[in-house]
Design a protein around this ligand. Structure first.
Ligand code: ADP
Ligand code: MG
Length: 679
């Protein structure tokens, strides 16, 4: 990072630079904040005979033999001695150049765990280097860096050492901030972490609450907060279309619905209507439990955009869900004269051309899957982008949809509540509306737990229900290890049920069906032509068939809580009494037992998510899949929640009073990755 803000590239051969880029190391600044995972103590030698087994130590030995063996598999076996005893080293992958190091009589330092092997003390794949009797021992702990194939730790150590000597370690925290938070200086902290002084003990270094670590973690979350805050301010600066309804489209939609809105829906609608009428883009998350009625709220928002003369886009994560939305929205809006277009990956090329042309010509509502954000999709005047089940999309995808329009308003929807620490960080730039009320007249779903030995009873129950005119879902066991096995199971379940339920129409839907086949099955189920729909988890999100009043889930113990909740939410959508039967196979592990208990006892999605968080920890809520990139490398949102709070306040102050420092801070920590935070 030079004064001009341009990044100083890493001085290394092209081939190495390419490999470094793969782990996000592009500039000298990146090297400086590439911190060790852990440290190893190479300042001491341990006699082979006295090495504690299972602990990493350094030994210095003289090679007595080196041979390549082929049994039980190809490996290089090195025997070596020190004064105390013999050590065997085994390598299962090796290069000729490495073999050359182990010439008989050569002196080698090896670092690794000593284990008891067939021939006594043994190290598998130790780190090693050739030395002579005079080679001094390092005086510092060896930092071990996160790396990638083909980049040796020693190479990273060297590059980072150089960067520390010549790179920019200028302080970016204003003095008063540093003093009031009692954080050490940046240069000192980085030097300490990369090159801990002799005598520092390993426990101190590995404890991530050392002041130097706190400083680094604070800087990291500060960069995140600065970026979010800046995006927030920038968004307010940008113009967005002012969407004020010019006719009564929304009112006509409401008139034609067979139900009135709940209080929560009315409140959400009012908030959104207000946002859309502002001259800067809305960025709002509509949260509501499964079945809370988010779709109609989104449809009303679309009406406002349309009646203001703009287009609305509605994106959903799966083909099945997107098509359901398309059919429902068309059903609601086409009679009111709204042109609704449909874009999905499975459209035949002619149909696709037509839909693309319609979109470019200004079709008022465009519904679809990821197909909406492909190249070649052009909107005439996109005013509102709606993203359903937003947690299913990556950051980059949401960003792509926004880029399809000049600067459209954004409405995101989700049934997955966001834990507080996440709300403060990754989602700090969102306004949130919660639908905290379910539509009236829903009979609560009865949940039953049934051992798989009583599967026949469940089949009988299904038959009785179908005789009463209802329909059922039958969800097949999840088999995470193998998609092929999962398909096989779905096929088997389908055939068994066909045999068990003579006279009933049984359908099958799974992820491997072609999109139009999938649609045909779903349409038949929605039309009541299929009584029992055997399905894999492709029906997990959003599907809405009010006449289906039973959800059977086999091997429920294999599913996660939010999945079970989503699946259960597929029923109880009409006026009929609904139930969910969870078939489980024992013996149950502790976590599975807890999960089934939670889902049995609770119907509120927020409460379920809260308890889920307790048994799983927060990590999975923002997996790399959701956030696009692992934006926090050092700080932990739960453990370092206090830092996040502090960083929020500091970010606001810094942007107002020290904008240049803020700029340099962001450049150092985020460089090119900043854009991803803004989606
Ligand atoms: P979700 O919030 O899970 O997306 P949906 O929008 O799919 O929920 O709504 C679930 C069902 O409830 C749909 O059949 C929808 O038409 C119906 N619904 C929505 N709002 C109401 C309401 N206020 N009164 C009665 N039914 C409603
Ligand atoms: Mg929905």
């Amino acid at each position: 990072m030079s004064a001009s803000g341009a990044a100083v590239p890493i001085r290394a051969p092209e081939a190495l630079r390419k490999k470094l880029a793969k782990i996000g190391l592009h500039s000298e600044a990146d090297l400086l904040v590439h911190l060790p995972l852990r440290y190893e103590d190479e300042t001491r030698l341990t006699p082979v005979a006295r090495a504690p087994w299972g602990e990493a130590v350094q030994v210095e030995v003289v090679v007595s033999s080196c041979e390549v063996q082929f049994r039980p598999r190809r490996q290089m076996v090195v025997r070596a001695l020190d004064d105390s005893g013999e050590l065997t080293m085994r390598f299962f992958s090796f290069y000729p150049s490495q073999q050359a190091v182990f010439a008989v009589g050569a002196r080698v330092r090896a670092f690794g765990e000593v284990r008891s092997g067939f021939f006594g003390a043994e190290m598998v794949h130790p780190r090693f280097r050739k030395v002579d009797a005079e080679t001094p021992l390092p005086t510092e702990m060896t930092p071990v860096y996160p790396s990638t194939a083909g980049v040796a730790n020693s190479a990273l150590q060297k590059l980072i050492g150089k960067a520390l000597a010549v790179g920019d370690l200028a302080e970016t925290l204003p003095d008063e901030v540093r003093q009031s938070l009692k954080l050490p200086g940046l240069a000192r902290s980085l030097r300490f972490l990369h090159q801990p002084p002799p005598g520092t003990d390993l426990d101190t270094l590995h404890a991530r609450n050392h002041p130097a670590w706190r400083r680094v973690k604070f800087d990291e979350v500060l960069a995140q907060q600065l970026s979010l805050r800046r995006a927030y301010l920038a968004r307010r600066e940008q113009g967005a279309p002012v969407l004020v309804a010019r006719d009564d489209l929304g009112a006509r939609l409401l008139d034609q619905l067979p139900f009135g809105l709940t209080g929560a829906q009315l409140r959400a609608m009012a908030e959104i209507a207000d946002d859309l009428a502002q001259p800067y883009p809305m960025q709002r998350l509509l949260q509501g439990d499964v079945g809370a009625g988010k779709t109609i709220v989104a449809a009303l928002a679309a009406c406002q955009a349309i009646s203001a003369g703009w287009q609305a886009a509605f994106m959903a994560p799966t083909e099945i869900l997107a098509e359901q939305h398309y059919l429902k929205l068309k059903d609601w809006l086409a009679p009111l004269g709204v042109e609704v277009a449909w874009l999905s990956g499975s459209l035949k090329s002619k149909a696709k051309r037509e839909q693309l042309a319609a979109t470019a010509a200004g079709a008022q509502l465009v519904v679809g899957t990821h197909a909406l954000i492909q190249d070649g999709v052009d909107f005439a005047r996109l005013g509102l982008a709606i993203v359903d089940e937003q947690h299913r999309f990556g950051v980059a995808q949401r960003l792509a949809l926004r880029k399809k329009g000049g600067n459209p308003h954004q409405l995101m929807m989700s049934a997955t509540p966001i834990p507080r620490t996440l709300a403060m960080s990754y989602y700090a730039d969102l306004d949130v509306t919660v639908l905290d009320e379910l539509p009236p007249g829903r009979t609560p779903i009865k949940t039953r737990l049934v051992a798989d030995s009583r599967r026949d009873d469940v089949v009988g129950f299904v038959r009785k229900l179908v005789e009463e005119g209802r329909q059922a879902y039958w969800v097949c066991p999840l088999i995470e290890e193998s998609e092929a096995l999962q398909l096989q199971t779905a096929q088997d379940t389908y055939e068994t049920l066909l045999a068990d339920l003579p006279g009933l129409t049984v359908g099958l839907v799974h992820g491997r069906l072609k999109a139009d086949e999938k649609q045909a099955v779903m349409a038949a189920f929605a039309a009541g032509e299929i009584d029992v729909l055997v399905a894999t988890t492709v029906i997990e999100v959003g599907v809405d068939v009010p006449n289906a009043s039973l959800m059977v889930i086999e091997h429920a113990e294999r599913f996660g809580l939010s999945q079970l909740h989503q699946l259960r939410g597929r029923v109880g959508r009409g006026q009929y009494e609904s139930s969910c039967v969870l078939i489980y196979a024992g013996p149950l592990g502790e976590i599975a037992r807890q999960r089934l208990k939670i889902i049995f006892e609770n119907t509120d999605g927020f409460e379920i998510a809260r308890q889920d968080l307790q048994i799983r920890g927060p990590g999975e809520f923002v997996g790399a899949r959701q956030s696009g990139v692992p934006l926090l490398r050092y700080a932990d949102l739960e453990l370092d929640a206090d830092l996040v709070e502090m960083a929020r306040t500091v970010a606001e102050e810094m942007l107002a009073r020290h904008p240049q420092l803020a700029e340099r801070h962001l450049e150092r920590w985020l460089g090119s990755r900043e854009e991803l935070l803004k989606a």
